[in-house]
Design a protein around this ligand. Structure first.
Ligand code: AMP
Ligand code: MN
Ligand code: MN
Ligand code: MN
Length: 299
């Protein structure tokens, strides 16, 4: 086989454990995502679509063609103490019935929320956003705020997706609807029950403050949570260091992920992540992935 041209990157093997496809709110189909990952020199990729696992079959077929190790993942929307948190499941079995049924319930809840968002935007004089967001969602079984944002941006309500969020979709803005997702307990149970590991995604994004953060981490550990996403496109270098130390102190594994949503919608491209700080124990350390240790040897 022809040796793939490996583009320069920051750690070897090149591991990215958080990404999205058109199955949720990403821009690339699972196979295009894998092709893009290969072009960026990614060796190990987790596909972690929001609240759905429907992309994992296509992704694992493409991963074989692209010579990438695919980690089967999901990003579950959770409500903890009236706040939304995202919990990644890594190494899951997507067919585990409680996981599959739980995710289906979350997607049903998203549909109700979408109707409520559209009704609010309607009152604000923005018509047709439910249909517009649905069209943006395409064949996805899930509707999210990103689909609303893309529709509103396409109609010229703001210059891009980011600005639409700021102006319409975050707390205090006309299209914001508060929503109750699943519990932390259930999300962790589904993940662990399916053979996976639970990881708190982009912890700095929640702005929890010292006490709440400690409480979350204690609860997460008691419930059997495994790791903290230390390197994330949502984190500043200072936050990365802070969460690296926290993970080490709490004896949690550290994970790293770009949270890639597609060209033009992410801060980090795939395969361009800084290395985990040395204090961390990488979550993949104990994964028995064939070929991963060979990748660690410089060739
Ligand atoms: P939802 O789960 O439907 O509430 O949507 C959450 C998703 O919206 C996140 O996963 C991001 O992809 C996107 N998102 C959230 N906040 C922002 C923001 N401020 N700017 C751009 N995208 C955002
Ligand atoms: Mn998203
Ligand atoms: Mn997230
Ligand atoms: Mn994500």
């Amino acid at each position: 086989m022809m040796k793939r041209y490996i583009t320069p990157h920051f750690q070897m093997p090149n591991i990215d454990l958080h990404s999205h496809s058109t199955i949720s709110d990403g821009v690339l189909s699972p196979s295009r995502l894998l092709a893009h990952a290969a072009s960026r020199g990614v060796n190990v990729l987790a596909l972690t679509d929001h609240d759905d696992v429907a992309g994992l079959n296509e992704a694992s077929q493409s991963a074989q063609q692209e010579n990438i190790i695919l980690i089967r993942g999901v990003e579950i929307s959770v409500t903890w103490r009236s706040r939304t948190l995202h919990i990644l499941g890594l190494g899951i079995n997507p067919e585990h019935p409680p996981l599959a049924e739980g995710l289906k319930n979350i997607r049903d809840g998203r549909l109700d929320r979408a109707r409520a968002i559209a009704a609010q935007l309607d009152k604000f004089g923005i018509r047709g956003s439910f249909e517009g967001a649905n069209a943006q969602a395409g064949e996805s079984r899930l509707i999210g705020r990103t689909h609303f944002a893309r529709f509103l941006a396409s109609q010229g309500y703001a210059k891009d997706v980011k600005s639409v969020f700021k102006k319409y979709l975050v707390k205090g803005k006309p299209g914001h609807v508060s929503h109750v997702w699943t519990s932390l307990n259930e999300a962790i149970d589904w993940i662990r029950g399916s053979g996976g590991q639970a990881v708190i995604a982009h912890p700095a994004r929640y702005k929890l403050g010292h006490n709440l953060l400690e409480q979350l981490l204690c609860e997460f550990c008691e419930l059997g949570g495994a790791g903290l996403e230390v390197v994330s496109s949502s984190h500043t270098p200072g936050e990365t260091q802070q969460f690296a130390e926290l993970a080490a102190r709490m004896e949690l594994y550290a994970s790293c992920g770009s949270d890639y949503h597609g060209p033009g919608e992410s801060y980090f491209d795939l395969g361009r992540l800084p290395a985990l700080p040395p204090v961390c124990t990488p979550i993949w350390n104990e994964w028995n992935i064939p070929g991963i240790s060979e990748l660690s040897q410089p060739s």
